[in-house]
Design a protein around this ligand. Structure first.
Ligand SMILES: [Zn+2]
Length: 167
């Protein structure tokens, strides 16, 4: 049997103290925490806020919205990204901050779910510029990814369907 070829993807996260953030990132995280305070999460009690910064400086917030029919709910960062896309379809997203005040959340394990990563990757691919992801639990250390694809190596791609993205 031939030796299998290997495809590797180096995934990098930057970790830093909130005190070392630049003002723009700090402000966006503040927006995400504010958004988390508006979450509707009576079932999980896991409140998450997302804040999307657009290239024109506008910030769009979202928070998780749960439902008694569990699969009908939506994650906070996805609500924010979809709201940004719905309200400002022609403006690129430069960064998404995602935050939770949840007392049980582990700072080093706070990551978007797989579905949200796919949505973030597609937003990044559509606009053709990197989408910076900033993550924080409470006031703990911050994780930063310089690209959405970095969080989802080998993401599903529309090319796999034989179609090209338009719009
Ligand atoms: Zn999610």
């Amino acid at each position: 049997m031939a030796k299998p070829r290997v495809r590797e993807f180096l995934s990098t996260l930057n970790l830093c103290s909130p005190l070392d953030l630049d003002p723009e990132d700090r402000d966006l995280l503040f927006e995400a925490h504010e958004a988390a305070s508006k979450a509707y999460a009576p079932y999980s009690r896991f409140h998450v806020g997302g804040a999307v910064r657009l290239a024109n400086g506008v910030v769009v917030r979202g928070s998780n919205q749960e439902n008694m029919a569990y699969p009908s709910g939506m994650c906070g960062e996805r609500v924010a990204v979809f709201a940004a896309g719905a309200q400002h379809p022609d403006v690129a997203m430069t960064a998404v901050a995602i935050a939770s005040p949840s007392p049980n959340a582990l700072a080093h394990a706070f990551m978007p779910c797989g579905g949200c990563r796919q949505v973030l990757v597609e937003a990044e691919r559509r606009q053709g510029i990197p989408l910076r992801i900033i993550l924080q639990v409470r006031d703990e250390n911050v994780m930063i990814s310089e690209s959405a694809l970095n969080l989802m190596p080998f993401a599903f791609d529309a090319k796999g369907l034989g179609v090209a993205l338009e719009d």
